[in-house]
Design a protein around this ligand. Structure first.
Ligand code: HEM
Length: 667
């Protein structure tokens, strides 16, 4: 190593001499290096003379001759410039040659002849260059404003360059939740972490979270959402700026409460279907998530997409499985830092799998859009247009329902009233509301909302993903928790018995408003096991938060750890105990609204919040009216896995028993 360094320093000295091409330079060189000066100077001289000779065009080198030719006949300015250029390039190649000749010309090189110059140049220089580059990067990082501000926040020890990236090494997806929890225990409610030069700040205090989520400025998603791009394109979940704003304005009203009411029949029909299908599982231990996932896809296709069941071909299950695996890939890209680089990802086996899965996912969405468009055009030719809100409201069933826009959960969510609430309250002038895909297709055909076919596809993919996996996980967790807490299940059933008696009739919208205890069970499940356990934003400006008045620098990535916020001991007395009474009005009253944000909050909250709650009530009540669910696995043994959507790594295992339709106190 040191031997190589000796070569390097001498080579540098000689190069200096050649560049100057003068005897004075050779003297300087000898001063710099007194030991072995004469030998060194001789070598320098040889090389320098060669360069001088070249300059005078005494060399036999053909290019040198050309240089001389030009220098003898300076015809014009541009000619002179050309000559200068050619001379320089000649001198440069000459210097290079002299360099290559050095080992044979410098006696000192004899000592290290067995060390080839090849290895010195091809291995050592790049190493030195890389090391210098890394050092510069490290130096630049330490000097940056972000680094100085970020390091005022507590967090785990960092390594130069890599920051905390090493902490994810060897960690399995099912260990991430546990690891995250350990760090929050250790460092408190605001934690910083570095991924190279990227600053991440994890927030778990509702007061801090409100500052970010309630803002109209910090609405851009973190760059980590880009891994969704091949799948969801620029759909509502990841888009930003004007595109997000205009699409949100168009899509949010398609989840208007009156449109949701028109979905009640579809929710009932599909819930009944899955209950019948699950009959074959009676007495066995099975994974209820498979059933919840399939029925959720079917419901979405029929409601939001308006695809009739008869035109579906059972591809819902394949789609659901493909979505699950895609989530796993996106998640792996989040925490395995080498997979963050596209070129590395493309070399990994995940890329091939992703291509296959996206074929299944996009295959279904393309089919849905194509079929819907054909129906739309056929109907249009016949003069039939899709039902509008007015049509929906004029159906006899809707008229019978009291149009109560103050629906469920208002006490819980009123702290962050969003555009969904505003849409429901201000219906004046909203003459024409269509269900999601109908509206999109009509907009594209008429050019009203200026939306392209590609954008429709992106939004359909987004709604299909956001609307399916979240609710499938949510309903599966509810059933598993009721399987564990039999006393709570008995109370849920008693409430259902009060509403339905022993009848088989489907639920109405009005019934769902009576399901107060079931609603609290759903909320408590979403509190302890939020399907979206964390979200992330990129800060556009510096933000001061409540905790220690920390200032979070612009450009940093803020991770809002919903899972941890929901278990904050300051807001929930026994945060790790499943207790639906946490959502009794008297208990929600004084609590910080941002201590319960399963649907996020603020301008970028979930557009499907009301849809999800209505669907969950109808689906779960239908299942529980027919079956008693039993879990052999106690809650503390649930193994959680947060691959984008929170799930049980050990599967949502349950057993079903046929339900005897009578209240629990008569059992
Ligand atoms: C229990 C069920 C659900 C939960 C827990 C949930 C949760 C969330 C959360 C936390 C976000 C914010 C994501 C972020 O900021 O990164 C979100 C956004 C979103 N959700 Fe949901 N969601 C659910 C159901 C649904 C349903 C049923 C739909 C549609 C049918 C839906 C559509 C969306 C869309 C489109 C967004 C993006 C909104 C925007 O950025 O403007 N979600 N959801």
């Amino acid at each position: 190593m040191l031997g190589n360094y000796g070569i390097l320093s001498r080579v540098r000295t000689v190069r200096g001499c050649l560049a100057r091409r003068s005897v004075r330079a050779i003297d300087t060189c000898a001063q710099v290096e007194p030991a072995g000066a004469s030998a060194h100077a001789a070598a320098c001289e040889t090389a320098a003379q060669r360069a001088v000779r070249c300059r005078l065009c005494a060399a036999s080198d053909a290019s040198a001759d050309r240089v001389e030719e030009r220098s003898l006949v300076p015809r014009s300015r541009s000619h002179a410039r050309l000559r200068r250029k050619a001379t320089m390039s000649h001198v440069f190649s000459c210097v290079q040659q002299a360099f290559i000749d050095l080992p044979s010309k410098m006696p000192i090189m004899d000592e290290v002849q067995n060390v080839t110059l090849f290895s010195a140049r091809t291995v050592f220089y790049p190493l030195v260059l890389a090391a210098s580059g890394l050092w510069l990067l490290h130096y630049w990082q330490r000097q940056s404003r972000m680094y100085k501000m970020g390091n005022k926040i507590p967090g785990p020890m960092t390594l130069p360059i890599f920051g905390n990236a090493h902490l994810a090494l060897g960690v399995r997806p099912d260990q991430i939740v546990e690891l995250g929890l350990q760090y929050t225990e250790k460092y408190g409610s605001v934690i910083r972490a570095w991924l190279g030069s990227r600053l991440f700040v994890f927030l778990t205090d509702p007061r801090d979270v409100e500052v970010i989520l309630n803002s109209q400025v910090h609405i851009d998603k973190a760059s980590d959402y880009q891994f969704f791009k091949p799948w969801l394109g620029e759909g509502l979940l990841i888009s930003s700026g004007e595109k997000w704003r205009s699409h949100r304005k168009m899509i949010a009203p398609t989840f208007h409460i009156n449109i949701l009411k028109s979905f009640v029949d579809v929710f009932n029909k599909n819930s009944r279907k899955v209950v019948d299908k699950m009959r074959s599982e009676i007495g066995k231990t099975f994974d209820v998530h498979d059933h919840m996932s399939e029925v959720t896809v079917d419901i979405l296709l029929e409601t939001a997409m308006g695809i009739d069941r008869n035109t579906q071909d059972g591809s819902g299950f394949d789609y659901a499985m493909a979505v699950m695996k895609m989530c796993d890939i996106v998640h792996q890209r989040h925490y395995k830092f080498w997979l963050r680089f596209d070129f590395m990802f493309k070399l990994s086996p995940f890329f091939k799998l992703q291509t296959k899965l996206l074929n299944i996912i996009h295959g279904l969405t393309n089919k849905v859009i194509k079929s819907k468009k054909e129906i739309y055009l056929k109907n249009k030719a016949k003069g039939i247009i899709p039902p509008t809100l007015e049509d929906l409201l004029s159906t006899p069933e809707s008229k019978d329902d009291v149009i109560n826009t103050q629906t469920f959960a208002d006490a819980v969510f009123k702290g962050y009233r969003d555009d969904l609430d505003l849409n429901d309250e201000n219906d004046i002038g909203a003459k024409k509301r269509l269900a999601f895909l109908d509206l999109m297709i009509e907009s594209a055909q008429t050019g009203v909302n200026n939306i392209s076919d590609e954008e429709i596809k992106e939004e359909v993919d987004t709604i299909m993903f956001e609307g399916h996996d979240t609710t499938a996980a949510g309903s599966s967790f509810v059933l598993c928790l009721l399987g564990v807490h039999q006393d709570i299940q008995a109370k849920v059933y008693d409430e259902l018995y009060e509403i339905f008696g022993d009848s088989d009739r489907p639920a109405t919208f009005a019934d769902t408003l009576q399901m107060k205890y079931l609603e609290r069970v759903i909320f408590e499940t979403l509190r302890m096991y939020p399907p979206v356990p964390g979200i992330a934003r990129k800060l556009k400006e510096d933000v001061q938060i409540a905790t220690n008045n920390y200032v979070l620098p612009a450009g940093s990535t803020i991770v809002i750890t919903i899972f941890k916020i929901h278990r904050h001991p300051q807001y929930y007395k026994n945060p790790d105990v499943f207790d639906p009474d946490n959502f009794l009005p008297e208990n929600t009253q004084g609590r910080h609204y941002y201590s319960f944000i399963p649907f996020s909050a603020g301008p970028r909250s979930c557009v499907g919040r009301k849809y999800a709650l209505l669907k969950l009530k109808i689906l779960l009540s239908t299942v529980l009216r027919d079956y008693r669910v039993v879990s052999a696995v106690p809650e503390e043994q649930f193994q959680l896995r947060a691959d984008i959507i929170l799930k049980r790594a050990d599967g949502f295992r349950l057993r079903l028993e046929p339900r005897e339709r009578r209240p629990s106190n008569t059992a």
